[in-house]
Design a protein. Structure first.
Length: 546
């Protein structure tokens, strides 16, 4: 990458790793509070740190890493013009201003509303304005990415768009379509309400709009990891992409099915007809298919590569994967974690089973395996080559080996923490709560051992965070100068041509919109028509406050 492109992507990486430190520290404090043996100093509230943790890691770290990484992929595969680079910087600054505004309000204790910011929890208006800026900044990035591919297509008529650029555009389409929901609830409901312009809002509308965004959000996190699995890892292990068509199909299925499924977060909420919840449960099972395709494709890539290298026997290909290369090892361990993590997701999504786990700390365990293990270990895996590429340095043996240790530390920490969360959740322990013995309840006594388990895991994870930060600083400033490879995987020679229908954007976006309208229109009208008195659809014009 050119110097000015590298500094732009690196700016996103700096925010990512600073967020890791701040958010991770808050996570450690939470697990300590939940043992009942530790009190927060200086009058800091539990929900204050829980909000910092969720917002900074779940929303800030992820969005900055993803937007930065995707810019790197687009620049490498389709290029960037001077004007586009300027807009890319604009997206960075708008997102950063928003982040600083929201984070300041949380740190001042004026936005203890958690990362889901459900009403009737109310934050200072600046918190919501800050979130709006983050979303608007990311929209700028969306349009820059769309424009990058558009320009490339014009210059290269009759050619398929490069796989990674295609994947970035899909992810940004999912982001753009889904953030319309959160933008609607923030602009039309939360901001007027927090400014005191209205004194009520329809809470079910706000939660429905939030989850219309909230579920695709998790795939916005996952898909950059899949980009690395499909489009980068084959190169790292010395192989080729298994199937260009399969990879594109998997991403298109995410575009279709990741949005019309938000009700699976609201299965226990009154006011939504069970038929529509059931329909969205069915669609949720449809969104599992592209992940199963991905699992198949990964095994195929690993096996074919090994056999081509001449490793024989049933598992010769497996034994000879590059286990000592952290660029492979960290994402691979993320994949392994995704097997139980995905199984947990299927349990959550099973309509009746959801009653057992909803609002228990099992759900927290689920997203620490999916997001904080599968996705984050893959992001770390990407950083091991991306940061040296950006800083003109090389990943040396020392840092490679430290990265291997970091990965193992992370896995052990997560095994304790997420494992304890899953078990305690099945025993009924609630999520989003500080320590309590619930007036000596026998059931609550069963949870305490697992809360210690979480604190042990949280402490090990914090060591993992410190190691990762050291690795990042080392790669940014201290690693030996040199040229690190930007690994982009290629198709095997003689691969079947990819069908053009997979690149028919109008068709796929059209089907996605139809599915969304199908899944949401009737229940949404229902929610508005049957809203309780005093809750106008968007809290405007002025409600009566009842
Ligand atoms: Fe989830 C709640 C259902 C995936 C994140 N999820 C959450 C929340 C978050 C989250 C943050 O239906 C909490 C939100 C909140 O605060 O309330 N989730 C699913 C389903 C999937 C799923 C069906 N979730 C994710 C991913 C996330 C994520 C990915 C983040 C990145 N989730 C739910 C539901 C809830 C929920 C309910 C609401 C619960 C409630 O009641 O509140 C699926 O997408 C999972 C499919 C995945 C698989 C695994 C495929 C495996 C692969 C690896 C292959 C391995 C290889 C290596 C090749 C089927 C691809 C092999 C090597 C060897 C050695 C064997």
């Amino acid at each position: 990458l050119k110097k000015q492109d590298s500094s732009m992507v690196m700016a996103f990486m700096w925010v990512t790793f600073i967020s890791l430190l701040v958010g991770g520290l808050m996570g450690l404090l939470q697990t300590l509070v939940r043992t009942g043996k530790f009190n927060l100093p200086f009058g800091i509230g539990y929900y204050q740190i829980l909000t910092v943790h969720g917002v900074v890691l779940g929303l800030v770290l992820t969005t900055f890493f993803i937007v930065g990484f995707q810019f790197a992929l687009m620049i490498k595969t389709v290029g960037i013009t001077t004007a586009q680079r300027k807009w890319a910087w604009a997206s960075f600054w708008v997102m950063l201003i928003g982040t600083v505004a929201s984070a300041t309000m949380i740190l001042l204790g004026k936005a203890n509303v958690l990362y889901t910011f459900y009403a009737p929890l109310k934050a200072h208006p600046i918190f919501y304005f800050g979130l709006t800026f983050v979303v608007v900044g990311s929209w700028i990035a969306c349009f820059v990415n769309f424009n990058q591919l558009f320009k490339w297509k014009k210059k290269n008529p009759g050619k398929h768009s490069p796989l990674l650029a295609f994947m970035v555009v899909i992810n940004m389409l999912i982001w753009l379509i889904s953030t319309l929901g959160v933008a609607a609830t923030v602009l039309l409901q939360f901001i007027p309400w927090s400014l005191g312009l209205v004194d009520s809002m329809n809470i079910l509308v706000s939660r429905t709009l939030f989850w219309y965004f909230g579920h695709p959000l998790v795939y916005f996190w996952l898909l950059p990891a899949y980009m690395a699995w499909y489009g980068i890892l084959p190169k790292i292990i010395g192989g080729k992409i298994f199937s260009d068509s399969l990879a594109r199909l998997a991403f298109l299925l995410f575009l279709l099915f990741s949005i019309p499924v938000g009700f699976h977060h609201q299965l226990l909420e009154p006011g939504i007809d069970p038929f529509w919840k059931y329909l969205q449960v069915v669609l949720t099972f449809a969104v599992v298919i592209p992940s199963l395709l991905t699992a198949f494709s990964m095994f195929a890539t690993f096996e074919i590569t090994g056999r081509q290298k001449g490793y024989t026997g049933l598992f010769g290909w497996f034994k000879n994967l590059p286990w000592k290369d952290v660029r492979f090892f960290a994402p691979f361990m993320g994949m392994v974690a995704f097997i139980p993590a995905g199984a947990g997701g299927l349990i959550n999504a099973s309509y009746q089973l959801n009653q057992v786990v909803h609002n228990t700390i099992w759900v927290t365990g689920h997203f620490h395996l999916t997001l904080a293990t599968t996705v984050i270990l893959t992001f770390f895996g990407i950083s091991y080559w991306l940061v040296p590429v950006l800083t003109g340095r090389k990943l040396n043996k020392k840092i490679n080996n430290l990265g291997m240790i970091q990965t193992v530390v992370w896995l052990i920490g997560m095994l304790f923490m997420s494992g304890s969360m899953h078990i305690a959740g099945l025993l009924g322990a609630p999520r989003r709560s500080a320590f309590s013995n619930y007036q000596g309840s026998e059931q609550a006594a069963e949870w305490i051992g697992y809360q210690y388990g979480q604190a042990i895991g949280g402490s090990i994870l914090f060591i993992g965070i410190l190691l990762m930060l050291y690795i990042f600083i080392y790669m940014a400033f201290l690693a030996p100068k040199g040229v690190e490879e930007f690994p982009i995987a290629e198709l095997p020679t003689g691969a079947e041509p990819t069908p053009w229908v997979l690149e028919n954007w109008k068709l796929w976006v059209g089907i996605a919109v139809v599915l969304i309208l199908f899944a949401y229109t009737v229940p949404f009208i229902d929610i508005i028509q049957n809203s309780p008195p005093g809750s106008p659809p968007f809290g405007w014009p002025i409600g009566n406050g009842s």
